[in-house]
Design a protein around this ligand. Structure first.
Ligand code: SF4
Length: 503
């Protein structure tokens, strides 16, 4: 799959690779044929590409997947997501249909095929990455399936040859005529198609979403599915095959370690997927008009989301935070614009029960390290670590006893969460009930945004009425630093003549 790229390979190293154990040693070269625009990615690619193509194609696909994930965090509907993704897909991963007059069909499909497999390698190492990769790849497949040319789609589906999917025979149609007619009528009322479009019979486990929403007729463990629900079945099959294949890839991964051309690229790619929200990677600017200093953190904390508010209160109460809480909070403060000198002053005065010596010995280095003032070369070059996105806080390093980090909407029990949200100024029973429901359904971002909207109701109205906010600025918050920035700017609307709502 990879063409030797002599500029990028250490020649000494090339000789020590054991060719019998190379990842692709047994792959037979097979010219890939791309009859259809859609792909189930059953066969890995085997033709040569350069390292540059390997890297660039993967990065392009990663952009698409990260954007899809951001759409789901923002709770966009499938139609909104498809609309939002259209220009992004056209730019990074275009796929024209057979009926188009494009001369680039083969090249587009090759890039799609290869980039999918490269990211499979990058994202099969942990269960969390595999789950997220399957989710966003399935979203991508669904968008493409739904937007496919009808003739192309029919040809693709016919070629799938699912052995678990059987057309309902005339005899079955006669036998269950009443039930099928009733089902069709229910579907029609719900905006579905007509009853003459035909049916498929499948094991009901294949179409759990249709069973749950009662859009199929069930008989003896079989679901009778209208043809127009085909998309649901095809997408579910895509997802389940990909899950299995990723598990297989994970087992083959250790063999890749010997290839020092690919491993750094793959590690880099998966790291980028861990922090999909890159808006705050290097943006540590304070909002216009804000003075971010150690002395101001107490008053600025009224603009903090629940996670940072809890860290701040715990720090004030105990004059201490454990390691991960310090890291989460330090990087957040850095992200709102607190410079290193002020950060050191803030932490020193906050840890007021310890001596200067202890502070210098045990804590100073970590703060400087987070800012990239000390540490490895790449840390220094990159200006230290980025502040954590909600996704990272929600999914990595769950807090243990005595820890104050994490996301309260996820990691607190309901009683403690309610007390925290009330202490942030939420007394409205409807909002508290909404937070409870969001937590129950694991929509933690939604709970956080619900609280934000309640606490800034008047300011949001004013900003909307006066046309100060664009639709981008009203999107769901998926980063604690965005929460702070938006809160600060909204609460200061009109106070500073030059206060602007900037992305
Ligand atoms: Fe913090 Fe994000 Fe959780 Fe809100 S959703 S509390 S910003 S981690």
């Amino acid at each position: 799959m990879l063409r030797q790229d002599f500029n990028r390979i250490d020649p000494k190293r090339r000789n020590v690779i054991d060719h019998r154990r190379k990842q692709f040693a047994t792959a037979q070269y097979k010219e890939a044929e791309y009859k259809h625009r859609l792909n189930f990615y059953a066969d890995p690619p085997t033709a040569d590409i350069t390292l540059e193509q390997f890297e660039q194609w993967a990065i392009d696909r990663l952009r698409v997947l990260a954007e899809l994930e951001a759409c789901s965090f923002r709770n966009k509907s499938p139609a909104e997501t498809a609309l939002h993704m259209k220009p992004i897909l056209e730019k990074y991963l275009p796929l024209d249909s057979n009926s188009s007059s494009s001369s680039k069909l083969a090249a587009q499909r090759q890039k799609d095929h290869y980039s999918h497999f490269i990211l499979r390698l990058a994202f099969s190492s942990t269960e969390d990455l595999r789950r997220r990769f399957t989710r966003v790849e399935t979203m991508l497949f669904r968008i493409r399936f739904n937007s496919d040319d009808l003739a192309d789609r029919a040809g693709f589906v016919a070629g799938l040859d699912f052995d678990w999917w059987h057309p309902v025979s005339d005899e079955e149609r006669r036998l269950y005529a009443a039930e099928l007619a009733a089902m069709a009528s229910t579907n029609r009322k719900a905006g579905g198609g007509n009853e003459d479009e035909g049916w498929f019979r499948v094991d009901w486990e294949r179409v759990p979403d249709l069973v749950e929403s009662r859009r199929v007729f069930l008989k003896a463990g079989k679901a009778f599915v209208p043809v127009r629900e085909q998309a649901s079945m095809v997408v579910a099959e895509f997802s389940s095959r990909l899950e299995k294949q990723l598990a297989l890839t994970a087992r083959a991964l250790p063999r890749l370690d010997e290839d020092d051309r690919l491993t750094p690229i793959l590690n880099h790619l998966s790291k980028n997927f861990i922090t999909p929200d890159s808006a705050y990677m290097s943006n540590t600017a304070a909002p216009d008009g804000a003075v971010i200093s150690a002395a101001n953190i107490d008053s600025l904390s009224q603009h903090f989301p629940a996670c940072m508010s809890h860290l701040h209160r715990s720090l004030r109460r105990d004059a201490h935070l454990k390691h991960y809480g310090r890291l989460q909070y330090t990087l957040f403060l850095k992200g709102i614009g607190l410079n290193l000198e002020e950060a050191l002053a803030f932490w020193r005065s906050s840890f007021h029960k310890i001596t200067d010596d202890t502070f210098n010995k045990d804590y100073r280095y970590n703060v400087r390290h987070a800012y990239g003032d000390v540490g490895g070369d790449s840390n220094r070059r990159g200006g230290g670590y980025s502040s954590f996105s909600c996704q990272k806080i929600l999914t990595e390093h769950p807090p243990g006893a005595g820890d104050a980090h994490g996301c309260p909407y996820r990691h607190f029990n309901l009683e403690n969460l309610t007390a925290l949200v009330q202490s942030m100024g939420v007394a409205d029973r409807g909002v508290l009930q909404g937070v409870k429901e969001d937590k129950d359904t694991q929509k933690y971002h939604m709970a956080c945004n619900r609280v934000f909207e309640h606490l800034h109701k008047q300011e949001i109205k004013k900003a909307k009425d006066e046309g100060i906010m664009t639709s981008n600025q009203l999107e769901t918050i998926v980063h604690p630093n965005e929460y702070f920035k938006r809160s600060y700017l909204l609460k200061n609307l009109g106070k500073e003549s030059d206060t602007k709502m900037e992305d």
